[in-house]
Design a protein. Structure first.
Length: 369
């Protein structure tokens, strides 16, 4: 009898997961809003239920008798997954842990208790906050959003109220977090965990638009940082996963590294990285089938990852800032794995939804376009 997998979310982010599960003979059940749910035509079953309606999804999953539940690349689905799994005694992190991994203020409090290296921060639910002891510049962001939505770098105190109001307007719970800005390079770390044992899969170098919104323009694996710095990042990653009680499944951790080599955690998600990092780049650069690993863990199966390949991989995103890469979308290049222009109207971007296309590569060296 086929295993039944509930997948929370049905946008293009979940498409690789649905396709992989179906390819391996698993019956797929997708839950999401109908709008933008491209997976509803591909999944075996689709239910137009908001991913936030955890009790409605729980009841349907009980009726279906699912064998596992998961998602990739979206934080919003994580509490629902953990809630349903906990109620049905399936493999997942605890519901309590999911609340910390999807709220930046709760996350930083957990990091503080876990002795992780974090910037000074304060929560704000209006534009009046006490920042007397803070050093400018600051970063202001919603406590519960991703994809650079609502993020602003603040250079001067008189800019702070507008930045807080912007972050609050983008927040589901109408709260923002204000923290000291850490200058330096930014990386992300992909991990997979089972019963609290963590494996570092890849460290990814990130290229962004910079201030004020820091939207991702490209990602590259493996990292070009020194072995010493990478060892610091790996050590800090394990501390952060433990601080958040992320014991099962994928993890996506983001760090800033100062010019002096200090490592500061920015945030950690209990899911694989978006932007094709988890679904494509990890396997292209290491040979490890991250998607299959996530599916297997959700179904209660686990095999320790074997990282065999030593390739370079990456993704470039198309927008006004990167229009110089347009010729590569019409050329044939042997390093290009996948490419797509989704919108010919290139924008100056303020969040990841403004990007117009992508190009994924694999090679024996880093490809600079």
């Amino acid at each position: 009898m086929k295993k039944k997998l509930a997948i929370i979310g049905a946008s293009y982010l979940q498409l690789p997961l649905v396709e992989r599960a179906k390819k391996t003979g698993i019956e797929t059940h997708c839950f999401a809003w109908s709008e933008g749910a491209i997976c509803k035509e591909i999944a075996d079953f689709f239910y137009p239920i908001s991913i936030l309606e955890k009790d409605d999804i729980l009841q349907k999953c009980i009726d279906i008798k699912i064998d596992g539940i998961t998602t990739i690349a979206t934080d919003m689905a994580v509490p629902t997954i953990c809630y349903v799994a906990e109620k049905m005694n399936l493999v997942s992190n605890s519901f309590i842990s999911s609340l910390a991994s999807t709220n930046k203020n709760e996350m930083r409090n957990a990091f503080k208790n876990g002795n992780c290296s974090i910037p000074k921060f304060i929560e704000a639910n209006n534009n009046e906050v006490n920042i007397k002891d803070f050093k400018f510049p600051l970063i202001v962001k919603p406590v519960d959003r991703s994809g650079s939505r609502g993020v602003t770098k603040v250079l001067f105190e008189n800019q702070l109220p507008e930045a807080i109001n912007y972050a609050i307007s983008e927040s589901f719970c109408k709260k923002a977090i204000v923290e000291e800005y850490i200058d330096g390079v930014e990386v992300s770390v992909e991990t997979i965990s089972y019963k609290g044992e963590h494996t570092i899969l890849a460290i990814t170098d990130k290229v962004t638009t910079g201030p004020p919104h820091f939207v991702e323009l490209a990602h590259h694996q493996p990292s070009s940082l020194s072995n010493e710095i990478q060892e610091k990042i790996e050590s800090e990653t394990i501390k952060c996963l433990n601080a958040l009680n992320i014991n099962f499944g994928a993890g996506h951790s983001e760090f800033k590294i100062t010019p002096d080599g200090e490592v500061f955690v920015i945030e950690v998600g209990a899911r694989m990285g978006g932007d094709f990092i988890g679904s494509h780049l990890v396997e292209l650069s290491t040979g490890y089938d991250f998607l299959q690993g996530v599916i297997n863990i959700s179904l209660g199966k686990y095999e320790a990852p074997i990282l065999e390949s030593n390739n370079f991989s990456g993704v470039y995103f198309l927008c006004k800032e990167t229009e110089h890469i347009l010729p590569y979308f019409s050329q044939e290049n042997n390093f290009v794995i996948q490419k797509e222009i989704q919108n010919s109207n290139l924008k100056n971007i303020t969040n990841s939804n403004d990007r117009s296309g992508y190009l994924i590569y694999q090679a024996n060296k880093r490809i600079q376009l």
